[in-house]
Design a protein around this ligand. Structure first.
Ligand code: SME
Length: 160
């Protein structure tokens, strides 16, 4: 297993994503443990982009339960349809939120969080996990993040 990843500096966001996706593929395709892989994916995203908070919530019975993450401590359980994460689960689609204050029912784990993107992952057509990324800047995520984080979640679905 690779012990480090290469992240191009002074590159656009898209170039960084293009660089890390095959490296994430190599990293997690060679390990079978779900939590080990999720932990490394969170670490790679944090290292590449310096996200304020990045991590996973896993579907467990009727709730999302906190999984591996990087960043400040976070709420541990989220009900279906609640907050940005619970909405991504209920609607089974990515939620791109430029201003969390404007999102009805947003769950503020940290008052420093200003914008957010949540991308669901699927197994057998059902959401089994969501990737949550928070920024301390307004409007920090766009269609580029959505496109590549959705591609990354296909790897997570396949190998985790
Ligand atoms: N803000 C999220 C909760 C999770 S934390 O941001 C880590 C939400 O509204 O679902």
């Amino acid at each position: 297993m690779a012990e480090s990843i290469y992240i191009p500096t002074a590159a656009t966001k898209a170039v960084k994503y293009e660089s890390i996706l095959p490296q994430v593929d190599a990293l997690i395709s060679s390990e079978t443990d779900t939590y080990a892989n999720l932990a490394n994916v969170a670490a790679v995203l944090r290292e590449a982009f310096g996200f304020f908070w990045v991590g996973f919530y896993l579907v467990k019975e009727e709730e999302l339960v906190l999984g591996p993450f990087q960043g400040p401590l976070a709420c541990t359980r989220i009900r279906m349809g609640k907050g940005v994460c619970g909405t991504a689960w209920a609607k089974a689609e990515t939620q791109l939120v430029p201003d969390v204050e404007a999102f009805p029912g947003h769950i503020a784990c940290s008052s420093a969080s200003k914008s957010e993107i949540v991308v669901p992952g699927f197994k057998k057509g059902k959401v089994w996990i969501v990737l949550d990324v928070d920024s301390d800047q307004l409007g920090d995520f766009d269609s580029v993040d959505q496109e590549y984080l959705e591609k990354l979640m296909l790897l997570v679905d396949k190998y985790c």
